[in-house]
Design a protein around this ligand. Structure first.
Ligand code: 5GP
Ligand code: ZN
Length: 133
Protein backbone atom coordinates (compact mmCIF):
# COMPACT_ATOMS: atom_id res chain seq x y z
CA UNK A 1 0.00 0.00 0.00
CA UNK A 2 1.32 3.44 -0.95
CA UNK A 3 2.67 5.49 1.96
CA UNK A 4 2.38 2.74 4.54
CA UNK A 5 5.56 2.83 6.62
CA UNK A 6 5.28 -0.80 7.71
CA UNK A 7 4.83 -1.95 4.08
CA UNK A 8 8.08 -0.16 3.29
CA UNK A 9 9.90 -1.59 6.32
CA UNK A 10 8.52 -5.11 5.82
CA UNK A 11 9.56 -5.14 2.17
CA UNK A 12 13.01 -3.68 2.85
CA UNK A 13 12.50 -0.25 1.22
CA UNK A 14 13.27 1.32 4.61
CA UNK A 15 16.08 -0.30 6.63
CA UNK A 16 15.25 -1.77 10.01
CA UNK A 17 16.87 -3.84 12.75
CA UNK A 18 15.65 -7.20 11.48
CA UNK A 19 15.60 -10.24 13.78
CA UNK A 20 14.01 -12.57 11.25
CA UNK A 21 12.82 -12.50 7.65
CA UNK A 22 11.15 -14.93 5.27
CA UNK A 23 9.02 -14.54 2.14
CA UNK A 24 5.94 -13.41 4.05
CA UNK A 25 7.16 -11.73 7.24
CA UNK A 26 9.81 -9.50 8.74
CA UNK A 27 10.40 -9.23 12.50
CA UNK A 28 11.97 -5.93 13.59
CA UNK A 29 12.96 -4.20 16.78
CA UNK A 30 10.44 -1.57 17.86
CA UNK A 31 11.88 1.97 17.78
CA UNK A 32 10.03 2.86 20.99
CA UNK A 33 10.49 -0.32 23.00
CA UNK A 34 8.33 -1.10 26.03
CA UNK A 35 11.16 -3.35 27.24
CA UNK A 36 14.55 -4.58 26.06
CA UNK A 37 14.01 -6.62 22.90
CA UNK A 38 10.45 -5.40 22.12
CA UNK A 39 9.91 -6.51 18.54
CA UNK A 40 7.19 -6.41 15.91
CA UNK A 41 6.04 -9.09 13.50
CA UNK A 42 5.14 -7.46 10.18
CA UNK A 43 3.46 -9.34 7.32
CA UNK A 44 4.88 -8.20 3.97
CA UNK A 45 1.39 -7.97 2.47
CA UNK A 46 -0.68 -5.02 3.64
CA UNK A 47 -3.67 -5.56 5.91
CA UNK A 48 -4.68 -2.63 8.09
CA UNK A 49 -5.75 -4.76 11.03
CA UNK A 50 -6.93 -8.21 12.12
CA UNK A 51 -10.29 -7.72 10.38
CA UNK A 52 -8.52 -7.47 7.01
CA UNK A 53 -5.97 -10.20 7.64
CA UNK A 54 -6.26 -13.49 5.73
CA UNK A 55 -6.74 -16.66 7.77
CA UNK A 56 -3.54 -18.01 6.26
CA UNK A 57 -1.44 -15.03 7.33
CA UNK A 58 -3.08 -15.00 10.77
CA UNK A 59 -2.15 -18.63 11.31
CA UNK A 60 1.42 -18.18 10.13
CA UNK A 61 1.85 -15.03 12.24
CA UNK A 62 0.84 -16.91 15.38
CA UNK A 63 3.26 -19.75 14.65
CA UNK A 64 6.01 -17.21 14.02
CA UNK A 65 5.16 -15.46 17.31
CA UNK A 66 5.55 -18.77 19.12
CA UNK A 67 8.94 -19.43 17.55
CA UNK A 68 10.17 -15.88 18.18
CA UNK A 69 9.02 -16.01 21.81
CA UNK A 70 11.16 -19.09 22.46
CA UNK A 71 14.15 -17.76 20.55
CA UNK A 72 14.02 -14.33 22.18
CA UNK A 73 13.47 -15.75 25.67
CA UNK A 74 16.55 -17.95 25.30
CA UNK A 75 18.64 -15.12 23.85
CA UNK A 76 17.56 -12.31 26.15
CA UNK A 77 16.99 -14.22 29.36
CA UNK A 78 13.61 -12.61 29.99
CA UNK A 79 11.31 -14.17 32.57
CA UNK A 80 8.02 -13.89 30.72
CA UNK A 81 6.59 -12.70 27.46
CA UNK A 82 3.57 -10.71 26.26
CA UNK A 83 2.15 -10.90 22.75
CA UNK A 84 -0.01 -7.86 22.05
CA UNK A 85 -1.93 -6.91 18.94
CA UNK A 86 -3.90 -3.65 18.71
CA UNK A 87 -6.78 -2.96 16.31
CA UNK A 88 -8.21 0.53 15.89
CA UNK A 89 -7.28 3.82 17.48
CA UNK A 90 -9.45 3.12 20.53
CA UNK A 91 -7.41 -0.03 21.15
CA UNK A 92 -4.10 1.82 20.91
CA UNK A 93 -3.24 1.12 17.28
CA UNK A 94 -1.06 3.89 15.86
CA UNK A 95 0.29 2.25 12.70
CA UNK A 96 -2.45 0.89 10.48
CA UNK A 97 -0.62 -2.10 9.05
CA UNK A 98 -1.29 -5.29 11.03
CA UNK A 99 1.51 -6.14 13.46
CA UNK A 100 2.06 -8.22 16.56
CA UNK A 101 4.08 -6.91 19.47
CA UNK A 102 6.57 -9.32 21.02
CA UNK A 103 7.33 -7.93 24.47
CA UNK A 104 9.92 -9.65 26.66
CA UNK A 105 9.19 -9.21 30.37
CA UNK A 106 11.70 -8.72 33.15
CA UNK A 107 11.32 -8.41 36.90
CA UNK A 108 10.86 -4.72 37.74
CA UNK A 109 10.21 -3.59 34.16
CA UNK A 110 7.82 -0.72 33.61
CA UNK A 111 5.58 -2.40 31.05
CA UNK A 112 1.91 -1.67 31.82
CA UNK A 113 -0.58 -3.99 30.19
CA UNK A 114 -2.99 -4.48 33.07
CA UNK A 115 -6.59 -3.39 33.69
CA UNK A 116 -8.97 -3.25 36.61
CA UNK A 117 -11.14 -6.38 36.50
CA UNK A 118 -14.88 -5.72 36.43
CA UNK A 119 -17.66 -8.23 37.23
CA UNK A 120 -19.47 -10.37 34.66
CA UNK A 121 -23.15 -10.00 35.49
CA UNK A 122 -25.74 -12.59 34.40
CA UNK A 123 -27.49 -9.92 32.32
CA UNK A 124 -24.42 -9.02 30.33
CA UNK A 125 -23.34 -12.64 30.04
CA UNK A 126 -26.75 -13.63 28.59
CA UNK A 127 -26.74 -10.65 26.24
CA UNK A 128 -23.32 -11.51 24.84
CA UNK A 129 -24.02 -15.23 24.54
CA UNK A 130 -27.25 -14.46 22.66
CA UNK A 131 -25.37 -12.19 20.25
CA UNK A 132 -22.28 -14.27 19.59
CA UNK A 133 -22.71 -17.95 20.35
P1 5GP B 1 0.65 0.15 17.67
O1 5GP B 1 0.48 1.26 18.66
O2 5GP B 1 0.11 0.52 16.32
O3 5GP B 1 0.13 -1.17 18.15
O4 5GP B 1 2.21 -0.07 17.54
C1 5GP B 1 3.02 0.66 16.70
C2 5GP B 1 4.44 0.42 17.15
O5 5GP B 1 5.31 0.71 16.09
C3 5GP B 1 4.87 1.27 18.35
O6 5GP B 1 5.32 0.43 19.39
C4 5GP B 1 5.98 2.15 17.77
O7 5GP B 1 7.02 2.36 18.70
C5 5GP B 1 6.46 1.35 16.59
N1 5GP B 1 6.95 2.12 15.46
C6 5GP B 1 6.34 3.19 14.88
N2 5GP B 1 7.05 3.62 13.82
C7 5GP B 1 8.12 2.79 13.73
C8 5GP B 1 9.22 2.71 12.81
O8 5GP B 1 9.35 3.50 11.88
N3 5GP B 1 10.12 1.71 13.01
C9 5GP B 1 10.02 0.83 14.05
N4 5GP B 1 10.96 -0.12 14.15
N5 5GP B 1 8.99 0.87 14.93
C10 5GP B 1 8.06 1.83 14.76
ZN1 ZN C 1 1.19 -1.60 4.95
Amino acid sequence: MVDCIFCKIANGEIPSATLYEDEEFRVILDLGPASKGHALILPKTHAANIYELSDETAGKAMILAKHMASKMTDALGCEGFNIVQNNGEIAGQTVFHFHMHLIPRYKGDKVGLTWTPGKLTDEVKDEILAKIK
